[in-house]
Design a protein around this ligand. Structure first.
Ligand code: PEP
Length: 269
């Protein structure tokens, strides 16, 4: 059973266990924006602005075509590079796809899996999310697995059911040891790119549901250590309120991550 922490308390204090705090992760999802030249320009401005920032882990996920420029620019810095998707096969006749080992070879350490735009427009399902998660973990890449309800589901009171289903299927046939690097992003679909943000309380409540599913699948210790990010119209002016929730372990940021100044402000919330 998972108990909600008192706001402001440390997870370890609340659970009465000796446990390291979860390091927050702030990730940029650039979606289909920027070319290699624009990628290099972003890092020229961004890296000096966050060079001493150690409080949070920082990840940038550009389009595939920009990975080379991003990895080269971020080399030796405190920024890790992520892909926005991956296929689960190692190699073969799969035109247009990229395998986990290709991402590793390109210098990626993270990959976003199951983003709602992939689910909405490109046929991603809970089952393909599961296959992709297992393949990424097997290759040693940290997957950022996205879950979240659409507006109709929230309005029909189905948020909890949807999150539970997405988690159960995503975690299918996976061991706690194999899943150790897993990161989840709670992204209510109605908040993505719309300017509507879940309140810190709404996000926190969803994170508690996700953490409870992780505890069922992998055990309480795993769940206590699992980082769950919030994504959906995170901006410089709402980042602090969201990050102040003990249940929120970071952010997945779309639109506001494209500008180095605004992403810096979010990183430094
Ligand atoms: C996203 O793309 O994951 C996202 C949360 O986008 P935005 O911040 O623009 O809502």
């Amino acid at each position: 059973m998972y108990f909600r922490q008192a706001p402001g308390s440390h997870p370890a204090q609340y659970l009465g266990k000796l446990q390291m705090p979860r390091k927050r992760l702030i990730a940029a999802n650039w979606k289909m924006y920027k070319n290699p030249e624009q990628t290099s320009a972003f890092f020229r401005d961004f890296l000096p602005a966050i060079k001493d920032h150690t409080r949070d882990e920082i990840v940038v996920a550009p389009p595939y075509i920009d990975l080379h420029a991003a990895v080269a620019a971020a080399k030796g810095s405190n920024v890790s590079i992520s892909a926005q998707d991956v296929y689960w096969k190692e190699e073969g006749a799969f035109t247009g796809e990229i395998s986990p080992s290709m991402l590793v070879a390109a210098g990626c350490t993270h990959v976003i899996i199951g983003h709602s735009e992939r689910r909405q427009y490109f046929g991603e399902t809970d089952d393909t999310v599961n296959l992709k998660l297992k393949a990424a973990l097997e290759a040693g890449i940290t997957p950022i697995a996205c879950v979240g309800e659409v507006l109709e589901e929230r309005e029909a009171g189905l948020t909890e059911d949807v999150l539970r289903r997405q988690c159960v299927r995503a975690f299918n046939a996976m061991s706690a040891a194999k899943a150790a690097k897993l990161v989840i992003a709670y992204e209510p679909v109605w908040a993505i790119g719309t300017g509507k943000t879940a309140t810190p309380q709404m996000a926190s409540d969803a994170h508690i549901i996700i953490r409870a599913e992780a505890a069922k699948a992998f055990g309480q210790e795993f769940a206590d250590n699992l980082r769950i990010l919030y994504g959906g119209s995170v901006k410089p002016d709402n980042a602090k309120a969201l990050m102040s929730e003990p249940e929120i372990d970071g952010a997945l940021v779309g639109g506001a991550s494209l500008d180095p100044k605004s992403f810096t402000a979010i990183v430094k919330y």
